[in-house]
Design a binder for this molecule. Structure first.
Ligand code: HEC
Length: 114
């Protein structure tokens, strides 16, 4: 038993694969854009994006959709995108909590493009 416990302790804790390269600047171009493209782009992208909301370009993401802006720089709680992703009902494309934290942090920082 003791030997097994020691072996278990020697195992490095598996790190979850980070969604983005560690140390990448928290900008649309480096982090948020690729995230939106992979998680949201199949609906909010392309020729006729759902709700007119194209999250696959910086301009589209900042312009918002049918209900206006979805990202309010420096105001994550006031941003419809964060509200949709934090709701009790999961969205059609749901960010995981770590990804949502990154998006909130990015909006807090003023939602920079680069
Ligand atoms: C499978 C398709 C699909 C995916 C993937 C998807 N969405 Fe949506 N999204 C919708 C639909 C349908 C609506 C309209 C209904 C609603 O508001 O819930 C919508 C609405 C929205 C709105 C509100 C737009 C407005 O003007 O009212 C936001 C913000 C939004 N989505 C963000 C996201 C984000 C961020 C992602 C990725 C993490 C994402 N969506 C992924 C289908 C999708």
């Amino acid at each position: 038993m003791a030997a097994m416990a020691m072996m278990a302790m020697a195992q490095p804790t598996p790190e979850p694969t980070p969604a983005v390269p560690v140390g990448a600047p928290l900008t649309y171009d480096d982090v948020i854009g690729p995230l939106f493209k992979s998680r949201c782009g199949m609906c909010h992208g392309g020729g006729s994006p759902v709700m007119g909301l194209d999250l696959t370009t910086y301009g589209g993401a900042m312009k918002g959709g049918q209900n206006g802006a979805v990202i309010i720089p420096n105001d994550p709680q006031g941003s419809l995108l964060v509200q949709k992703q934090s709701g009790a009902q999961p969205h059609f494309g749901q960010l995981n909590p770590d990804e949502l934290d990154m998006v909130i942090e990015w909006i807090k920082n003023g939602a920079p493009e680069k």
